[in-house]
Ligand binder design. Structure first.
Ligand code: UN1
Length: 500
């Protein structure tokens, strides 16, 4: 598979790939694969206006018919899975299996949203007044701005977009400037679905704005974008949400994670080992759900640690398009520098480091391949409490279960978590109100790799948003409480007398 053949298979023309100033490189070898046109803030405003016009038409289309568009999108994604999956690998460096997995998440959420399109249910509510009825109705909300990160360049868009579309909202997408090609490829797929759907799909229903931070700011400050859903770093989330808050708009935030796993004495260590390695080094440690902290009971620590270190030593690291490779490159050189800095700090804090450092420097001088690291920490120091977007797994020991929970929850982030234990008292305690404080809590699986059927997101610095399954659709609609008086009297609520 050449880079060029992947780009062509995704429908890119030579002119499209060479006409602009935004240089897009592949982390596989650091070479430039495109120079894209960047949108100016003025162009972004025009796109917002177009999306708003689309909203005025799309909200009139019945929800199950809107679902039909998402069904067609799912069909087109199925047909494009191999090509788009390879483009995800080319643009963000995750291994092909994970690129394909990301597209599968898109297909899955389309199926989910199709069913949801017939279930945008409200309640009927008992009125306290005679001859009155009350009901709750969910209405389309308006343009949904979606800001996504480089590490999951397409799936998070789809969790938002598939639901937003069936809920009656156009979607305006600002992808990471490090991963605009995958977004443009998805837009082409949307256009194929819309062409098959017909005239009910207004122009501007889905759009992609290519460029940097200023476009995110344009989205965040526009009153014509009532919902902004943002995935990315905590500082980005703070900036977006404070701008959106100024106009009292709605944010759905999915920010950093610093996900932990507790390994209890009763754990199935064979299973735990496999789960830990996938969760810690998958996507080269660049998932927001990556396992970053391992809290191991002192009685099994010396059994688990050497086996983990050994598994790390034999990890196949290399070109993510190649079969058998499990760890691809980091997104860019600055990520290696951040990893090195974190390891240095951990060492200064008393950590014992296994692994780390750049590899394949001769074969790929302009890429950022690293050896994943395990760091045995005496304590949960400040650096452990930070999210470093690289494959570093900090390990710590515990004696008492309560201490393990406290250590686990003792970080600013609250996305995902897990426990490896076969003791039902421990596993239930972990899932209870006094257990994990995260949005996602797993038993005997790692913290990453969530299915789309559940609500995805987390608490504290993770931002509190929920996307994808369960009732996350409500985040894309406005709730209206309607009261109807079908009597000839005018009784007032709360029994108030007001005679004129
Ligand atoms: C992300 O890293 O931004 O649970 C999302 C997972 C994936 C999603 C990760 N389903 O690991």
């Amino acid at each position: 598979m050449t880079y060029d053949s992947i780009l062509r298979a995704c429908g890119f023309s030579e002119t499209e790939l060479t006409r602009g100033t935004l240089s897009v490189t592949t982390p596989i070898d650091g070479s430039e694969i495109a120079r894209l046109h960047q949108h100016s803030p003025a162009e972004a405003e025009t796109m917002i206006a177009r999306a708003h016009d689309a909203f005025l038409r799309w909200r009139e289309v019945p929800p199950p018919r809107r679902g039909e568009l998402v069904r067609l999108l799912g069909e087109e994604l199925r047909a494009a899975k191999d090509d788009l999956g390879a483009l995800v690998t080319l643009e963000c460096g995750k291994i092909l299996q994970e690129g394909l997995g990301e597209v599968q998440e898109m297909i899955d959420i389309c199926d989910f949203a199709l069913g949801q399109s017939r279930q945008l249910h409200g309640l009927t509510i008992a009125s306290e007044r005679p001859g009155h009825s009350m009901r709750e109705t969910w209405h389309p909300m308006g343009v949904t701005g979606v800001i996504t990160a480089f590490n999951f360049p397409v799936a998070p868009w789809s969790w938002n977009a598939a639901l937003a579309l069936v809920c009656g909202n156009p979607v305006l997408w600002k992808p990471s400037e490090k991963a605009p090609l995958t977004a443009l490829a998805v837009q082409k797929i949307c256009e194929r679905a819309m062409a098959r759907f017909g005239a009910d799909a207004p122009e501007g229903l889905t759009q992609v704005m290519v460029g940097g931070r200023e476009l995110g700011e344009t989205l965040a400050s526009s009153r014509n974008v009532p919902i902004v859903s943002a995935t990315g770093s905590v500082p980005m989330g703070r900036a977006v949400s404070s701008t959106v808050a100024q106009r009292l708009g709605r944010c759905i935030l999915e920010l950093g994670g610093n996900n932990g796993a507790i390994v209890a004495p009763s754990a199935d260590l064979e299973l735990a080992l496999r789960a830990i390695v996938f969760a810690a080094v998958g996507t080269a440690g660049q998932r927001c759900t990556t396992l970053r902290r391992l809290v191991v009971h002192e009685s099994i620590y010396d059994q688990l640690l050497p086996r983990l270190v050994k598994a790390y030593e034999s990890l196949p690291i290399g070109d993510p398009l190649e079969d058998g490779v499990l760890v691809g490159p980091l997104i860019e050189q600055s990520a290696v520098a951040a990893m090195d800095r974190a390891l240095e700090q951990a060492r200064a804090d008393g950590g014992i480091i296994h692994g780390g450092g750049r590899v394949h420097t001769n074969a790929y001088p302009n890429a950022a391949y690293v050896q994943p690291a395990i760091v045995e920490m005496p304590d949960q120091t400040e650096i452990v409490r930070e999210e470093t977007f690289a494959p570093i797994l900090y390990t710590m020991k515990y004696q008492r279960f309560e201490d393990a929970i406290a250590l686990h929850n003792g970080v600013p982030q609250g996305l995902s978590s897990s426990i490896f234990s076969t003791d039902v008292r421990e596993t239930e305690a972990f899932l209870s109100a006094t257990g994990s404080d995260c949005g996602i809590a797993n038993v005997n699986i790692g913290p990453s790799g969530a299915e789309i059927g559940g609500a995805f997101g987390g608490e504290k610095d993770t931002g509190g948003g929920r996307e994808s399954g369960s009732d996350a659709w409500k985040g894309y609609m406005r709730r209206q409480t309607g009261t109807v008086n079908y009597s000839q009297e005018l009784p007032l609520a709360q029994g108030i007398k007001f005679e004129i």
